[in-house]
Design a protein around this ligand. Structure first.
Ligand SMILES: *Cc1c(COP(=O)(O)O)cnc(C)c1O
Length: 359
């Protein structure tokens, strides 16, 4: 480890825009959710039927692949998304990295790939965050988004699992995911395209889940919506989730969210918000929710690492638009978001041990 960290500081060239205060020289106030290349990425390889053993930090840059790599030909790949946050006291923290590690293992099993152990995954994420420390935004100005990838990088012409796999991690400083910032989302209920189907891979973070959503998303954005809300593919009746985040509805003191039974991505934020909501005295139900019920809810909000917790301002379904009051300072969404953010920022006790310090 010592060898790696010393090689990092040696190889940082003075032309890299190393700020005087240890920060990269970028305008922290204009960060959105675009890619800002950082200094290092992490790479670890393994052959089929073997285990990952050792990886290393290397300068961020392009990777070389066989044109016959299974990730390119057959979509054999998974991704994860997590954030490193800089607290006011200078501590750098990760949120529940073990959850992302476990989810990658479950996805890898579904996609016939070997996966790093939980310890290997967390250690690699820590190394990546620390190597790119100067890109972790100042407190309150965003976070370092960390993107682990597990890819079939070996060549196969016929449909089969790859003979070789690569675990890669890169990172980019980010702030708000939506151009709306933290303002309410206008969601379009998609009744023509499905996101996931029974027995498919909608319940794991397979890269193959996302290209199919580009068209419905582009169509909704062109019509002025923030994002798409998908329905179940069997009945076209029950709400599932948004392109990159889970959804909750609030009715009086009950909060409900669709169950994660294979067609919905089991979000770490979703799982954590369920705990936070119960701490606040809400009844939380995981059950099927028909669109009509969403239209009659008091509030709705979305959760995800990238979006955090964001209110839904309107839902449009088959030409009918329903709006929600989102300006109430006492909204359930705001209450849950502020507790969730306070745990991450270290302002309230982290009684479940969710936060992992890395420096
Ligand atoms: C990543 C993701 C989420 C949110 O999961 P988190 O672990 O909370 O970040 C929700 N839905 C989809 C489709 C996702 O890819």
């Amino acid at each position: 480890m010592a060898a790696i960290s010393s090689s990092i500081s040696l190889s940082l060239s003075p032309t890299n825009g190393h700020g005087e205060n240890g920060y990269a020289e970028i305008d922290w106030d204009s960060l959105g959710f675009g890619l800002t290349p950082t200094d290092y990425m992490y790479k670890m390889k393994c052959f089929e039927n073997e285990e990952f053993t050792e990886g290393q930090l290397i300068p961020f840059g392009n990777i070389e692949l066989s044109p016959a790599a299974t990730v390119l030909n057959y979509g054999q790949g998974l991704f994860e998304g997590m954030k490193a946050i800089r607290r006011e006291n200078g501590k750098l923290v990760l949120f529940r990295p073990d959850e992302n590690a476990l989810r990658m293992q479950i996805g890898a099993e579904r996609m016939c790939m070997p996966s790093p152990s939980v310890d290997q995954f967390i250690d690699a994420v820590k190394q990546t965050a620390l190597a790119n420390k100067r890109w972790i935004p100042p407190p309150g100005k965003g976070s370092l988004y960390i993107r682990p990838l597990l890819l079939g990088t070996g060549a196969a012409l016929g449909v089969s699992a790859a003979p070789e796999y690569t675990f890669l991690i890169y990172a980019s400083p980010v702030r708000n995911y939506f151009k709306e910032g933290t303002a309410a989302l206008n969601l379009y209920v998609e009744d023509q395209f499905d996101r996931a189907s029974r027995g498919g891979v909608g319940g794991v973070k397979s890269i193959s889940n996302y290209a199919r959503g580009l068209k419905p998303l582009a169509r909704a954005k062109a019509r002025g919506f923030s994002d798409v809300l998908y329905l179940d593919s069997v009945n076209g009746k029950y709400i599932e989730e948004v392109s990159t985040c889970n959804i909750f509805i609030v009715k009086e003191k009950t909060i409900s969210t669709p169950p994660t039974k294979g067609t919905i991505l089991p979000g770490v934020t979703r799982k954590s918000i369920i705990d936070v909501a119960r701490d606040h005295g809400f009844e939380v139900e995981e059950r099927q929710i028909a669109v009509e019920e969403l239209l009659e809810a008091d509030e709705a909000f979305c959760t995800g690492t990238a979006v955090v917790v964001v209110p839904v301002g309107s839902i449009t379904y088959q030409g009918k638009r329903v709006e929600y009051h989102t300006t109430d300072a006492n909204s359930v969404c705001k209450k849950l978001l502020s507790t969730y953010a306070a745990i991450q920022n270290g302002q309230i006790e982290d009684k479940r041990g969710w936060m992992v310090e890395i420096n």
